[in-house]
Design a protein around this ligand. Structure first.
Ligand code: ADP
Length: 268
């Protein structure tokens, strides 16, 4: 390390400039490649449900309409695929808004209990339908966070929705919160399948899914966590995940406490 530092010091200004330029070029190539991959991904993700809808519509027109049971089954699939397409388009719009910073946020001091209760009541029917116990425990003395309640409820709902989606019936999902060092930590813990270590660092990437085949049937878009991460970071916060295969996952949203100048980023 010392040697490296000496070499760096010894490098002439010209060499240093060349290094910086090289790094910039590599970075812009990487960005370009990411953009190309993203467009390819979007195209594929939009095409898949559309191809299915088209195929079933054609089969119906070619005669399947005559058999009411078959026809009903096909129309159900078309309905499901078009809902998926609509969700994808909505999430893509959301993602592009958060990524470009064109995201209207109305931040105000917000009680964590308010966020957690809104999320719990929104997802309670889904948990009950699947036979999952959804609980929430919040201490009374938590300080308010500096946040846009609608956006934060969107983030927490996404995490709880995932937890319910991936946890088998009979499992548990728990919302809890705690305060530490000028921040509030809100955790969503589940007793689901867990996420393998190599995937953990990638699940916040757009369209990344651990199990593509399984998520197709659960109807996910692979965009939820990418959006959640952007929203939390726009609050000057962070999102973390811990997971153990076979035991469950815990996603934690860390938010600055309202009125803490050190923890709160400047508003644009
Ligand atoms: P999706 O729409 O596919 O759920 P997300 O961006 O919300 O997309 O999540 C990305 C991937 O992370 C999921 O496809 C799933 O493989 C994994 N994942 C997210 N939450 C959980 C969880 N609570 N338990 C297990 N796997 C999860």
């Amino acid at each position: 390390q010392i040697l490296e530092a000496r070499v760096a010091l010894a490098a002439s200004a010209q060499e240093r400039a060349a290094l910086v330029m090289l790094r910039d070029i590599t970075r812009s190539r990487q960005l370009e490649q990411m953009r190309t991959e993203f467009v390819a991904n979007v195209t594929h993700e939009l095409r898949t449900p559309l191809t299915s809808i088209q195929g079933f519509a054609e089969t119906l027109l070619e005669g399947a309409l005559e058999d009411p049971d078959t026809a009903r089954h096909f129309v159900e699939i078309m309905h499901r695929e078009s809902s998926h397409l609509a969700a994808l388009i909505d999430e893509l719009l959301d993602l592009s808004r958060v990524e470009s910073g064109k995201f209207r946020m109305r931040r105000r001091p917000t009680r964590p209990a308010e966020l957690i209760e809104a999320t719990r009541s929104r997802l309670a029917p889904k948990a009950e339908k699947k036979g999952i116990e959804l609980t929430a425990g919040v201490p009374d003395d938590l300080p308010p966070v500096d946040g846009d309640p609608d956006r934060l409820i969107q983030v927490l709902s996404n995490l709880v929705d995932n937890a319910i989606k991936y946890t088998p019936a009979g499992g548990r999902v728990e919302l809890r919160a705690a305060a530490a060092e000028g921040r509030v930590r809100i955790a969503v813990a589940d007793t689901g399948p867990g996420i393998p270590q190599p995937d953990l660092g990638r699940i916040f990437e757009r369209f990344y899914r651990v199990d593509k085949a399984r998520t197709r049937t659960t109807g996910g878009t692979g965009l939820g966590l990418a959006i959640a991460k952007h929203i939390v970071e726009a609050h000057g916060g962070a999102i973390e995940v811990e997971s153990e295969v076979g035991r469950g996952s815990t996603f934690t949203v860390i938010l600055p406490v309202a009125g803490d100048p050190a923890a709160t980023p400047k508003r644009p």
